[in-house]
Each structure stands twice: as C-alpha cells, then as structure tokens.
Design a protein around this ligand. Structure first.
Ligand code: UDP
Ligand code: MG
Length: 338
C-alpha cells in the first residue's frame, strides 16, 4: 500500500478539464476504497452542505482500486451531476496517492479533503472555510472526541501526534484527521510519497504558510470496515523520520552525516591513539582487546558517514538542478518600476 507516487505539475496540467462548467471555488477531494454502502449517504450529505455554502464547487472522488460497487455508484452519480468528477485507479495505490490525484485535478482556490466513510461530518466544511477566509493557508480538523477503539487506534495516534508535533515543530492535536482545508497553492507545490498525506501541514510549514486547527465532529464508522490496523503506526513513525530529515537537512545532508562522521571517526581515532600509546610506551599487548575492535569500527563508520554526506550533497544538487527547483519559497517581490 505504500507506493511511490509523484505529482508532477506538467502531468497535472495535462489533465482534461471540462471547459463549460463554472470554475469552482471549492474542490472537495474524497478518497474511496470499498465504501459502497457509504457512497449514497456521503453524496447526499456533501451535496446538501456544499449547496448551502452557495459557492461553485466540485467533488473529486478518487476510487482507489475498489473491488466492490463503489465505482459504479460514483459513475452513475457523476452522470447526473457535473459537479462530481470521478477518477478511478487501476489498482489500490493507497490514500496518499488518492489525495494526490485529487490535488492534481483540483481547480478550486480552496481544497478540502474528507473521508468517504462518513466518520467526518460534511457540516464542518463551512467552519474550515471560515478559517481559510480569516487568512490561514492550512486548517486541520481535530477529532476532539474521536470515536475509534482506544487501544489500537486512539492511543497510538496520541503518541504519534505528540511525536510529530515535537519533531516537526508544528503543534497539532490530530495529524491523522482527513478533514482538512488548504489553499490550492499549498497542495499543488507539495510532492507526496509513501503515507505522507498526514504530514502536509508540517511540510507546508517549511514553506512558511500559516497552519491552524479546528475541533470537528467524529462518529464511529457505520458501514464497511477500517482499512488500517495497528501496523500503520510503524509506517507513520518511519515517515516521520523521513519528514524530519527532509525538513532539516534536505538541502544540506553533509551537515548531519558529516557531524556523525566526525563524532564516530574522532572517537575511533582517540581510542586508537590511546591503544598505540600504551603499546609503544608500556609494551602492553593490544591485539586481543575489544577496544581495538571498537576503534576500527568507529573509524570505518566515520569514513562511511562522511562519504554518505558527500554523496548526499551530489544527490541534492541533482535533485534541485535537474528540475530547476529553487531552495527557497518567495512570498512576493516588489520592484521600483513595477
Ligand atoms: N482509503 C483509500 N485507500 C486505501 C485506504 C483507505 O482511499 O488504501 C480511504 C477510505 O475509503 C476512507 C479513507 O481513505 O475514505 C480513510 O480510511 P479509513 O476510514 O479506513 O481510515 P480510518 O478512518 O480508520 O483511519
Ligand atoms: Mg475512517
């Protein structure tokens, strides 16, 4: 389920746009994987809420390789309602990929994501939009009273949220909540891999956007079953290591690997020097000392780390320069004659 997924702008531009419909202000992205019972309810409730907002909108449902009737139901609905667009994956690529496909196609200035299983309440979208109007770039839902089992869902999620907040410096109570709103630029400029969708607020914060959270309602799943178990926690933790690394050292890998290399290599050299000294000065036998092994290990490690740092520096240059990507994000520019 952890597929590598890229969202390339040129690809996004190649996506076919229906040209006579009004340009939506709001795009709602819904990932769908085997949710046939929920779809009719979801469609009805979303439509009611979105019509109440009185803004042009579109719903982009991404069928992530469902093996039930989800796609047929969505297609029938889309044939009657032009505001509903359906994307069907060839196989199950995972929720992150589904979001990514939705973001590539979203035309609205604001993009809202919501789960298909009705655990989120579409009525909360209005409040999220109000926050965006206030000027925030990302509004993250917070399932304050989350209605999932405690031991295998809420507890791991509590720990993960603390860890992510601490490691990324973006303090949110509920990274895992799918109900979120973004300005389109934010999601367009972020490439998603693995299970990274939950980290969008943290990744976006690197670009200097403002992030806030808002308590939202949450209800137990009524139909179908959850697609995840406890093993997701481990994958989230691994993704956290990736995000933390990219946020801090994504453009300067030598500074972390070089530091580790100096520490390891330095300690190895110091131990080696000590052993050499007692050998030469006192004639002590050192060949059978574990310390000698440690010294050798640390020196080899040190060389490895520094080489890794240098290779990292090469990779970073290739990454940024082949895509002509800047290593900064500009808010605006003012010049005299403009
Ligand atoms: N989902 C998906 N692809 C997957 C797994 C899940 O598109 O591989 C969708 C699923 O249909 C639902 C949302 O992602 O709309 C959240 O999944 P789920 O409710 O199972 O997660 P939970 O709420 O239990 O964390
Ligand atoms: Mg759910």
């Amino acid at each position: 389920m952890t597929e590598t997924v890229t969202t390339h702008e040129p690809y996004a531009r190649a996506v076919q746009e229906p040209d006579d419909a009004p340009v939506p202000h709001l795009s709602v992205v819904v990932p769908v994987y085997n949710e046939e019972e929920s779809i009719p309810h979801l469609y009805r409730r979303l439509t009611v809420e979105l019509e109440n907002l009185g803004l042009p909108y579109e719903i982009i449902a991404v069928d992530d390789g469902s093996r039930d009737r989800s796609f047929d139901l969505l297609r029938d609905l889309a044939q009657r309602d032009r505001r509903l667009r359906v994307v069907r994956f060839r196989r199950n690529f995972g929720q992150t990929a589904a979001f990514s496909a939705g973001f590539d196609r979203a035309r609205g200035d604001v993009v809202v994501t919501i789960d298909a299983d009705l655990q989120n309440d579409p009525a909360d979208i209005a409040a999220l939009l109000a926050k965006i109007e206030e000027g925030y770039d990302v509004v993250s839902g917070w399932r304050e009273r989350r209605r999932d089992p405690f031991l295998n869902r809420r507890l791991p999620s509590m720990i993960a949220n603390r860890l992510i907040s601490w490691a990324t410096g973006v303090h949110l109570h509920d990274y895992g909540c799918s109900l979120k709103a973004y300005r389109r630029d934010v999601v367009r400029s972020i490439r998603l891999y693995g299970e990274l969708h939950r980290f969008i607020p943290a990744i976006a914060s690197w670009q200097g956007v403002s992030v806030t959270e808002l308590p939202v309602r949450h209800v137990p799943r009524r139909f179908g079953k959850s697609k995840y178990g406890i093993n997701r926690t481990l994958r989230v933790l691994l993704d956290l290591v990736t995000v933390r690394f990219l946020l801090s050292y994504g453009t300067r890998p030598m500074q972390i690997f070089g530091l580790l290399g100096i520490l390891a290599g330095g300690a190895g050299l110091a131990i080696g020097a000590y052993l050499t000294w007692i050998k030469l000065a006192y004639g002590t036998a050192i060949a059978d000392r574990p310390l000698l092994l440690l010294a050798v290990l640390l020196i080899v490690l040190g060389v490895q780390f520094i080489s890794l740092g240098l290779i990292g520096e090469l990779v970073v240059r290739t990454y940024y320069e082949t895509q002509a990507k800047p290593i900064y994000v500009v808010r605006e520019e003012v010049n005299g004659d403009g």
